[in-house]
Design a protein around this ligand. Structure first.
Ligand SMILES: NC(=O)c1ccc[n+]([C@@H]2O[C@H](COP(=O)([O-])OP(=O)(O)OC[C@H]3O[C@@H](n4cnc5c(N)ncnc54)[C@H](OP(=O)(O)O)[C@@H]3O)[C@@H](O)[C@H]2O)c1
Length: 358
């Protein structure tokens, strides 16, 4: 089968390394181009990248030379670009790649809330993708930008979607315990986080609150009608390497029993039968042990693509409360973007480019 040539922007960072790991043996995509900052351009990946994953750096990628961060010209440029850039850099670079005809599959917050940019989790709101057709750049070059949400919003919306579908959500309160890898590398200094909790992550609470509204909103032709629910988030950084844990209290529009809530999660597998390689069999897994989920034990569920939820119990203030854990760099970033690209490929929406036999 033909594999589509793809590129990674920000390939040396925390999310970029996960892209390399997840795409190295991907059945549909082949890494053909890597770029990062000017500091890295011209160096082989093995020299530019401080590899932090527990699998070896793929040998083919190790010898690839990082290119400059400009759209590729030439006979066979990769037209699908996975972007793992800080928002300030993304705001400048991502539109340039879209203007050059690329599908930019972005992780940054720069354009998530822009009206004509889809903010997508395939299991939750894959039906928002047609929004990309309203981007002016799409008409001009064929390129576009698609985003995935903040790493703490994504685990949450997977668990909320089946509840919103069946019962409606009136309000929710969420308090997070977020891993240090969520801050990129080197991230939070060890002297600030070891033996400590930092009750502040810049802009994180705002992102969670507004992104949940867009993700659970309704696509109405050329915009998204935001979910009308009150969302209050507290975001905390804790001394965990990978895996964000969130304590949630929720008020539903229609009362639901414990059995009905569990059944909503159990029967939630909207991508079943779609044949997307990165889609987990079950995006939401309920663990009924009294002390689960825990990041160390549950972060890799579904190859890091499933959210584990547990401790469902009545809430004295709202209706129900529960705890969830999801992998912030796989489901919360690189894996989410790869799944978005698979959904776009399945829908024939990735720009044409030459492929190679795998
Ligand atoms: N970490 C997570 O769990 C997570 C989850 C969800 C979303 N995100 C988002 O994903 C994005 C990347 O985060 P990260 O954690 O991977 O950050 P990171 O570890 O700091 O990596 C940043 C990457 O951007 C590159 N870069 C910096 N300036 C550049 C420029 N001018 N042009 C091209 N590349 C440039 C860096 O290259 P050099 O090595 O050359 O400096 C590096 O590859 C951010 O927007 C973040 O908010 C992260």
């Amino acid at each position: 089968m033909e594999r589509r040539r793809v590129g990674i922007l920000g390939a040396t960072g925390t999310v970029g390394q996960r892209f390399v790991q997840l795409l190295d043996r991907h059945p549909w995509f082949e890494i053909a181009w890597l770029a990062a900052s000017d500091r890295s351009a011209g160096k082989p990946y093995r020299q530019a990248c401080n590899w932090k994953l527990d699998t070896p750096m793929p040998s083919r990628i190790a010898e690839m030379v990082l290119q400059t961060n400009t759209p590729v010209e030439g006979a066979d440029p990769p037209r699908t670009i996975f972007a793992a850039l800080d928002a300030d850099v993304a705001r400048d670079l991502e539109p340039r790649f879209a203007a050059a005809g690329c599908a930019v599959i972005s992780n940054s917050s720069a354009f998530r809330m822009t009206q004509d940019v889809p903010l997508v989790v395939p299991e939750v709101n894959g039906d928002h993708l047609p929004l990309l057709e309203t981007q002016a750049v799409r008409r001009q070059s064929g390129g576009y930008i698609v985003t995935n949400p903040n790493c703490s919003a994504i685990g949450l919306v997977l668990v909320l979607k089946p509840l919103e579908q069946r019962f409606g959500i009136e309000s929710l309160f969420v308090s997070t315990m977020q891993a240090v890898s969520g801050a990129g590398y080197p991230g939070v200094p060890s002297m600030d986080i070891l033996g400590n909790v930092v009750p502040f992550i810049r802009n994180e609470e705002e992102k969670m609150q507004e992104e949940v509204g867009k993700l659970l909103g309704l696509y109405s032709g050329n915009s998204i009608d935001m979910l009308q629910a009150k969302v209050s988030a507290h975001c905390n950084r804790v001394a965990v390497l990978d895996g964000h844990t969130e304590c949630v209290s929720i008020k539903l529009r229609t009362p639901a029993s414990r059995e009905q809530v569990l059944a909503a999660w159990e029967s939630f597998h909207p991508l079943e039968g779609r044949g997307l390689p990165s889609a987990p069999e079950k995006p939401v897994l309920y663990n009924d042990s009294p002390d689960r989920p825990q990041p160390r034990l549950d972060v890799s569920a579904g190859n890091g693509m499933s959210t584990t939820v547990g401790r469902l119990r009545p809430c004295a203030l709202l209706d129900w409360k529960f705890v969830l854990t999801s992998h912030n760099v796989i489901r919360g970033a690189a894996g989410a973007a790869v799944l978005n690209a698979e959904l776009l490929a399945r829908g024939g929406k990735l720009p044409k480019g030459a492929g190679r036999a795998s």
